[in-house]
Design a protein around this ligand. Structure first.
Ligand code: ADP
Length: 400
């Protein structure tokens, strides 16, 4: 009898740890939860398992104490034992084109990549170091958001900047959301009935952060995010692409500092900015649009137009177009965004089935095109935790 293997997936933030216990033989997590406000008197641990949710105050707890509190819960839920721990790491630079076993050398390499992701990698490392202290006898694996995009050709990843910025400072396009783009594209290829060899797919991951990806032969060949996750699409509070001279313009005309401009572009723009400050949440905007709110109407319009433009641009990287995938909170739930976006992609031959599109919300997945000759269009729920667990198991199988 084959033994079930179980992986604890950890996503460490600067003051939080998200976790999920994944069994290789079932799609849904056995246990999920969040330790938040770590390092403060309000620190709390919340978890859901077996259909019920519970919560515990862990006042003043840091990452290690939160994980130590979690340990008995995980051990009880993982009766039969844990196989290993998979850690989400945002940036793997050019060093990591796949998941890797965490060793002193790979930890040092992740630390060395921190200048490229100064907010994310140090926070991920906090979670990793705490978990290695609390679970010292288990193998730990890092899975990178950037790794899937390491197959981009130079023409897609190089900026038109002087070469030394790339050679000496790593200034290039890396892309993010790789774990999600990989998971849903593999699902779509498997369900499509079409061969992977020679295939071409477009993918739109639309959550609070949003990016598109072109996938040829199952490999990422272009993506909309770049050196940082700010490039590309309109997002919840991020502007996506703006004129690169905007920084200088705001500094000269308004006297703004770099931190002020960073805050504007990352936290006050996107759907929130376009809707006149109404909301960064697509549900609220759809409702307000239906009630005639001009800012919400504009925000949805710009979001979908920019998304369609990005997908059309991504199609340049593909040998042919087998299909388009929508995923992430907006991609999986907003029939309106899918309809508005696909309507602007008619030159790619994409055609929706209105009834199927309306049906695919709140966990309902499936095909939403109106049949050949349209390329396929899919709504597929992303499951980054499961992909991280599967990658962790693959690394452990290769390096027992
Ligand atoms: P994150 O990137 O933080 O993981 P999610 O993938 O959960 O985010 O996506 C969050 C986005 O999904 C929000 O803009 C939210 O409004 C949107 N969303 C969730 N449910 C719906 C829905 N039923 N209709 C429209 N948008 C939705």
């Amino acid at each position: 009898m084959t033994r079930t293997r179980q992986i604890l997936v950890i996503n460490g933030g600067s003051s939080s740890i998200k976790f999920a216990l994944i069994r290789d033989d079932q799609p849904e997590a056995v246990l999920t939860g969040l330790a938040e406000r770590l390092g403060t008197a309000e620190a709390r641990l919340r978890w859901t398992g077996n259909g019920s949710t519970a919560e515990q105050a862990i006042a003043g707890a840091d990452h290690a104490r939160a994980l130590a509190t979690l340990l008995p819960l995980v051990e009880a839920a993982a009766a039969g034992g844990l196989t290993g721990i998979g850690h989400r790491v945002v940036h793997g630079g050019e060093r990591f084109s796949g998941a890797c076993r965490l060793t002193p050398e790979t930890l040092a390499a992740i630390r060395a990549t921190s200048p490229l992701a100064p907010l994310h990698n140090p926070a991920n490392l906090l979670g990793i170091e705490a978990a290695m202290a609390v679970f010292p006898s288990l193998p730990h694996v890092a899975v990178f958001d950037t790794a899937f995009h390491q197959t981009l050709p130079a023409r897609a990843y190089r900026y038109a900047l002087p070469e030394f910025l790339y050679q000496e400072h790593g200034v290039r396009r890396y892309g993010f959301h790789g774990t999600s783009h990989r998971y849903v594209s593999q699902q779509a290829i498997a369900r499509s009935g079409l061969a992977e060899a020679g295939s071409g797919w477009l993918c739109a991951h639309l959550g609070n952060g949003a990016s598109t990806c072109a996938i040829a032969d199952g490999r990422s060949v272009d993506t909309s995010m770049g050196l940082t996750p700010l490039e590309g699409l309109v997002m919840g509070t991020r502007s996506g692409d703006v004129d690169p001279n905007l920084h200088g313009h705001l500094a000269r005309t308004l006297g703004w500092s770099l931190p002020e401009i960073d805050r504007l572009l990352n936290h006050e723009s996107g759907l929130l900015g376009l809707s006149g400050g109404l909301s960064n949440d697509m549900r609220t905007l759809e409702q307000a649009r239906a009630d005639g709110h001009a800012g919400a109407t504009l925000a949805v319009e710009v979001f979908c137009y920019r998304l369609a433009k990005s997908l059309a641009a991504m199609s340049c990287a593909l040998p042919r177009l087998d299909g388009l995938i929508f995923t992430g909170g907006i991609g999986e739930n907003s029939a309106l965004v899918r309809e508005r976006t696909v309507a602007q992609l008619h030159l790619l031959g994409l055609r929706l089935d209105a009834a199927a599109n309306a049906r695919c919300i709140r966990g309902e997945q499936g095909r939403i095109d109106n049949g050949s000759p349209s390329p396929q269009i899919w709504v597929i729920a992303t499951n980054e935790e499961r992909q991280i667990a599967l990658d962790t198991l693959a690394v452990l199988a290769a390096t027992p």
